[in-house]
Ligand binder design. Structure first.
Ligand SMILES: Nc1nc2c(c(=O)[nH]1)N[C@H]1C(S)=C(S)[C@@H](COP(=O)(O)O)O[C@H]1N2
Ligand SMILES: [Mo]
Length: 362
């Protein structure tokens, strides 16, 4: 099997399916994450799709179904969005530090990337097919094969119709000005800015308008949030909240956890995202467990609607051990919970508690 074209520094959690994230200091180096450092999250095989034979089908509750080739799609209006893709499992390692989570990838804070996506607005294609009576959700299915308990199936997920018709939604065939790379969904993927990465279906083969969310395993039984008291043994996977919009979140990318530094001024840098299409308004850091906070300087991104924001601060660190923590605040004045314990859930999703690193200065 051909392995994806990734940077040798990538932290590979799994080779088959391929799951990898970049070291945080490298992630913080560029506002647009280069392909080789962009995390890769796969539930099954990475298919090799022949772009000439490729067809996208659009059907379900539409006035007329469509079969579109890549050529057909390229003839339609092209639009761009700079947007974060973040896995709902980003920062799961922090939850695993509270209590064990079985059978899930132990993502650090690198299951996120920010790219300039280009393609056809999903809205154009849906309006062309004609949204039919009773349509409430847009369901997507990919060409990759996932091994399930009862044989293999294709990965899928859905979005509420209102989101699917929003202007930022793309059927993307380019990433950072290049054709979409194979492991990121060549020749076509959904890009759902502001939603959990799971809805940005790669190797897209079909869109179905329907009255209910997708019944695909990854919509109906995974990517659901359960209360901290639910367990793997007791939870009914058909219950639980279907995750959708991303939450306000932030991470420290430099210095790295466990770093040994020279006492004195230390530069601290990271990323932050806002929830629900809002803006990052402020990012604070603390070295005393969150009693006293200092405000960081916001850098690139605060004026780019669906992108992350980069932030930076210089902290004066005396000799000794320090734990530096970060929290962001978005334009609804919503900020992050202090501890991973209060957001722990047995699937390990949606950890947006304060992110921290321990460093030693001497
Ligand atoms: N077809 C397909 N689409 C998929 C997935 C997948 O396994 N198969 N993984 C999803 C998940 S969970 C995430 S977080 C993002 C990751 O996108 P990336 O691999 O381009 O970073 O793709 C989503 N789209
Ligand atoms: Mo994900």
């Amino acid at each position: 099997m051909k392995q994806p074209d990734k940077h040798p520094a990538m932290i590979v959690h799994e080779r088959q399916p391929f799951n990898a994230e970049p070291p945080l200091a490298r992630l913080r180096q560029s506002f647009l994450t280069p392909e080789e450092l962009f995390f890769s999250r796969n539930h099954g095989s990475i298919p090799d799709v022949d772009p000439d034979g490729y067809r996208l089908s659009v059907g379900g509750l539409v006035d007329g179904s469509l079969e579109l080739s890549m050529e057909d799609l390229r003839e339609r209006p092209k639009s761009e969005v700079t947007a974060v893709v973040e896995c709902a499992g980003n920062r799961r390692d922090g939850l695993m530090g509270v209590a064990p989570i079985r059978g899930e990838t132990p993502w650090g804070a690198g299951a996120i990337g920010n790219a300039r996506w280009a393609g056809v607005p999903l809205r154009e294609v849906l309006l062309e097919a004609g949204v039919g009576e009773g349509a409430r959700h847009a369901a997507f299915v990919g060409l990759d094969e996932v091994e399930g308990a009862d044989g293999s199936f294709n990965y899928g997920g859905s979005l509420p119709l209102e989101k699917a018709l929003s202007p930022e939604m793309l059927l993307a065939y380019e990433m950072n000005g290049e054709p979409l790379p194979r492991e990121h969904g060549f020749p076509l993927r959904v890009v759902a800015p502001g939603y959990i990465g799971a809805r940005s279906v790669k190797w897209l083969s079909g869109i179905t308008l329907q009255d209910a969310p997708s019944d695909n395993h990854y919509q109906a039984r995974e990517y659901k949030l359960f209360s901290p008291s639910a367990t793997e043994e007791t939870a009914d996977l058909s219950e639980g909240m279907m995750l959708g919009e991303l939450q306000v979140n932030a991470a420290i990318c430099e210095p790295e956890d466990g770093a040994r530094l020279t006492a004195g001024p230390v530069s601290v840098r990271g990323y932050a995202i806002a929830g629900g299409g809002r803006r990052v308004e402020r990012v604070d850091v603390s070295t005393d467990g969150g009693r006293v906070w200092s405000q960081t300087d916001l850098r690139e991104g605060t004026d780019v609607p669906w992108a992350w924001s980069f932030w930076e601060a210089t902290l004066e660190l005396g000799p000794g051990e320090h734990r530096i923590v970060v929290r962001a605040l978005d334009s609804s004045a919503t900020t992050q919970p202090a501890t991973a314990a209060e957001v722990w859930n047995f699937k390990g999703y949606a950890n947006n508690s304060w992110h921290g690193v321990k460093v030693t200065a001497r």
